[in-house]
Write a protein that binds this ligand. Structure first.
Ligand SMILES: [Zn+2]
Ligand SMILES: [Zn+2]
Length: 569
């Protein structure tokens, strides 16, 4: 079905495409719930969402209750009456994406054919067939603007279908008794009720089988690749805990006495080098204390009363059933927070404060306590000790069970620095903005992930945990997390250029609105609104400039060639 052959990102529609504005950005669903989770959290990867969405498009539509089920997306036969009325060729709509029924019908037939070919090749025992290749790279083909057959409407429509399938999948997981900690198109973190990885392993297998047995998710590939025995979750760039690989979880052996704490905190890298080890030590002790409290409460000898309460508590909710193990855990954790952790942190902060005071006369200390210059970092941070206190307290506050102890600790620490508890400078703000290039696809292994220009740990300088000296970033460019292949730089640069041009277009075509009543201006001549007030632009100029500056600093850091073209006044 060669409809056109166009090397540009726009379809060849005989010239009319030149007048169309760049369409709005596709927003992929993303959800994240802060908290400390002491039951096992499953980390899973999702693949083949696009193929599944096309093959099961009829079901998606039916579930939504719109259209006549299987007929809506298929090129159904029409009678003469419908042709006469003109309803036969009406496009199908999904959100703001409109596509003609025929186009989608053709696509669906092709994909179905590929899929059958792939299945046949597998039955014959062929290791890799051309059908394998096209099925695996289907989404890359649809979303690539260099594919020569790129059709924005089709891309948008398919993206909408994927969103719907994805939300149904999350709803299914919820029905099966889990709670979503984090979810995007590639990764899902699910909170279960299981106390340890061993017992969660069987549950994870059941969960995947149950989801795959549903017609709607039949072609999805769901892979549970990590079990978190304990997880402190702030956002996708800031989390830490105790993780167990599936091989260990499947062995059903009791959890080993020694365990490692995995730390992945972006806010750490934005602190001055010498403060990073202090941060790491205190946050690790916090996770250690909470995890030890959990293990102590269910000492392994008494049978785990795992499913005491079938409903998972949302953060901040209290259980209606009294759970003695949970109670013991809470008491032990409270004790270690209010005694050991508080004492150590107070001592640490006092010594950092002394060092900061001496930095006024000591050049060496002053450079050691300077904030690192990183892309996307907020520039209004001046007090290193205060930033350390705020970052650590923000992580401690993730645990909703120990709010009182953490509040007391925070008040004491702020008191030490002479900052009032509820003043604006004591309020926590994320020190780093994020510029996300969504769905970057690896050309070698086809894995997808979102690349964060400012917060990718591979590209941030690391710090020696002993001396606090900064070392250059682990990698020079972004790589696939699955196969370690380097991404094509243009794949990251191009969406950024598009982002900028979209921002410029939306700024130039924006509405102007009344200062007083906020109604948009609806004629060309009137100098004032009906109510007599003047007009102002609806988009904030300062915000736009900050965002552009941020993108520029990110691109500058990555050494993109097109950076020379961006000049900000
Ligand atoms: Zn890869
Ligand atoms: Zn007005």
């Amino acid at each position: 079905m060669i409809l056109w052959w166009s090397p540009s990102p726009q379809p060849d529609l005989g010239g009319s495409e030149e007048e169309a504005n760049a369409s709005e950005e596709l927003v992929a669903p993303r959800m994240s719930t802060k908290g400390c989770y002491s039951s096992v959290v499953l980390e899973m990867e999702i693949a083949d969402l696009a193929i599944n969405a096309v093959l099961q498009s009829a079901l998606v539509n039916e579930m939504e209750g719109s259209g006549a089920g299987s007929l809506a997306f298929d090129s159904a036969s029409h009678n003469l009456d419908e042709y006469a009325k003109g309803t036969a060729n009406a496009g199908i709509m999904l959100g703001d994406a409109i596509l003609s029924t025929q186009t989608f019908g053709v696509l669906k037939t092709i994909v179905r054919g590929w899929f059958l070919d792939k299945a046949r090749a597998h039955v014959k025992g062929a290791a890799s067939s051309p059908a394998d290749l096209v099925v695996d790279h289907f989404w890359r083909w649809v979303s690539s603007t260099t594919s020569n057959m790129f059709e924005p409407a089709l891309h948008r429509f398919l993206h909408g279908l994927m969103c719907k399938t994805f939300l149904q999948l999350l709803a299914e997981f919820k029905r099966l008794g889990t709670h979503v900690v984090y979810a995007d198109f590639n990764r899902i973190f699910l909170l279960t009720t299981k106390p340890d990885a061993g017992s969660a392993f069987a549950f994870a297998r059941y969960l995947v089988t149950a989801a795959n047995s549903q017609e709607l998710f039949r072609h999805l590939v769901i892979d549970v690749n990590q079990f978190w025995n304990y997880l402190a979750w702030m956002d996708v760039a800031n989390f830490g805990g105790v993780k167990v690989p599936p091989e260990v979880a499947s062995s059903r052996a009791p959890p080993p006495q020694r365990f490692e704490i995995s730390m992945d905190w972006n806010i750490q890298s934005l602190l001055p080098g010498v403060l990073q080890p202090v941060f790491e030590r205190n946050v690790a002790s916090f996770i250690f204390a909470l995890y030890s409290a959990k293990r102590g409460a269910t000492d392994g000898r008494t049978p785990l009363r795992a499913i005491y309460n079938l409903n998972i508590d949302l953060p901040g909710e209290t259980t209606s059933v009294i759970n003695p193990a949970k109670d013991r855990e809470k008491k032990a954790a409270q004790k270690s927070i209010s005694q050991n952790l508080t004492r150590r942190l107070l001592a640490d902060v006092a010594s950092v404060k002394r060092r900061q005071a001496s930095a006024a006369i000591n050049e060496e200390d002053a450079t050691a306590l300077a904030f690192p210059d990183l892309p996307g970092a907020r520039s209004d941070r001046t007090n290193p000790t205060l930033e350390l206190v705020k970052a650590v307290c923000e992580i401690f506050a993730l645990s909703s069970d120990h709010t009182v102890e953490v509040q007391i600790l925070r008040r004491n620490l702020l008191d030490l620095l002479g900052v009032r508890e509820f003043s604006t400078e004591a309020a926590y703000r994320n020190p780093c903005e994020s510029i996300i290039v969504p769905i970057v696809i690896c050309a070698r292994c086809n894995a997808t992930r979102d690349v964060d220009l400012c917060r990718d740990p591979d590209r941030l300088p690391t710090v020696d945990s002993e001396t606090g000296e900064a070392r250059p970033p682990a990698r020079k460019s972004w790589v696939c997390h699955k196969c370690d292949a380097e991404y094509d730089r243009f794949q990251i640069e191009q969406p950024l250029i598009e982002m900028i041009s979209r921002m410029i277009t939306s700024f130039q075509t924006q509405d102007i609105i009344c200062v007083k009543c906020s109604q948009s201006k609806d004629d060309n001549l009137a100098p004032t609104c009906h109510c007599g007030e003047g007009y102002r632009t609806s988009l904030n100029r300062g915000e736009m400039r900050t965002k552009l500056k941020m993108i520029r600093s990110g691109m500058c850091n990555a050494n993109f060639a097109s950076i020379k073209l961006i000049r900000l006044q």
